[in-house]
Design a protein around this ligand. Structure first.
Ligand code: FE2
Ligand code: FE2
Length: 328
């Protein structure tokens, strides 16, 4: 038990300083080589520099790391173990974390080996399709960028909306795969704006009713660009592009869907989109404070927004909203 982790490089990410230090001391007692990073971003840097055998994430760092490390990388990089999985013991039970981590690492190694065998079998057929999806996604990302660059005020908007929508999805208990799809598909939500003339898209001040009708066409136009995809990710992107302006009470566009008729991904992006527009300046409005914008979101529960998504939004709290705003 003294050397359960002999020579194993463990990177501890996040937690308050004390929790991370205490855990580090317990793992070092199992002969692990421990590095501590204060937050998720520092952990990524440390992981790149030091190639750890395992990352143990505490507190908020766990969700952030899962978001930062693409699921594909999670399958090939070091295993990421959360505090809950490690079942941190009561003070006094000094040896337990090292033994528990050893057991988790053995299991992760076995699972990885199984996956390698499975993917070797599937590689030939999947490989071709993945290449095709990759090309499509890259092409669409460039298209979305082209749409964004026409309007300076929304340049980083799409990434911020995707980051917040992914956080909302995780809060509602969606699978990591579904969260990853949202993270990668939501930046395309306004891709249909490519079809809106500059004279309207870049107009300072309020739009006329007729001009607004033109702007509204971006939802359908975006869905058309993304339609007929063979990949799940692009199906999610199509669904988001079409549904991100639907309102819970059925008065949104383009399909005037109501309640649960609106795809959940559309309801998530709608909240994230409105919040991001409120807290940032637009040609037709000043920026709201984070608190004032959050009040608007809460006030729209059950009319404009899915009440469950608003509950998730409130539960995330200001720290998480602000972190999403900075992720462009
Ligand atoms: Fe939009
Ligand atoms: Fe948007």
């Amino acid at each position: 038990m003294d050397d359960a982790l002999a020579g194993t490089r463990v990177l501890i990410a996040g937690g308050d300083g004390e929790a991370a230090r205490a855990l580090g001391a317990r793992l070092a007692a199992g002969a692990a080589q421990v590095t501590v990073a204060p937050d998720a971003e520092a952990a990524v840097q440390a992981a790149l520099a030091g190639a750890p055998d395992v990352i143990v994430a505490l507190g908020a760092a766990e969700g952030e790391l899962r978001e930062l490390l693409d699921p594909l990388e999670l399958r090939t990089g070091p295993p990421l173990i959360g505090a809950a999985e490690l079942e941190l013991p009561e003070p006094g039970d000094e040896g337990a974390p090292a033994l528990r981590l050893r057991a988790l690492l053995d299991r992760a190694a076995l699972e990885r080996r199984t996956r390698e065998l499975e993917s070797a079998l599937a590689a030939q057929t999947v490989g071709r399709r993945r290449d095709l999806d990759g090309v499509r996604i890259e092409m669409l990302r460039r298209l979305a960028l082209a749409a964004e660059y026409r309007d300076d005020n929304t340049r980083e908007h799409t990434e911020r909306v995707a980051a917040l929508a992914a956080r909302l999805g995780r809060r509602l208990g969606l699978s990591e795969l579904a969260v990853s799809h949202i993270r990668h598909a939501a930046p395309l939500h306004d891709v249909g704006k490519i079809a809106i003339p500059d004279s309207i898209l870049l107009k300072p001040g309020r739009l006329s009713a007729q001009e607004f009708e033109v702007v509204k066409t971006h939802a359908e136009a975006g869905a058309r660009v993304l339609a007929d995809a063979e990949s799940e990710l692009l199906e999610v992107a199509e669904s988001i592009a079409r549904a991100h302006h639907e309102r819970w009470d059925g008065t949104g566009y383009p399909d005037a869907l109501a309640g649960s008729e609106i795809p959940l991904v559309g309801r998530l992006v709608h909240v994230a989109d409105v919040f991001d527009i409120l807290v940032n300046e637009r040609p037709y409005k000043e920026a709201f404070s984070v608190e004032a914008a959050a009040e608007e979101i809460t006030g729209g529960a059950g009319t404009q927004f899915d009440p469950d998504v608003v509950v998730a939004f409130d539960a995330l709290g200001a720290g998480s909203w602000t972190a999403a705003l900075q992720s462009s």
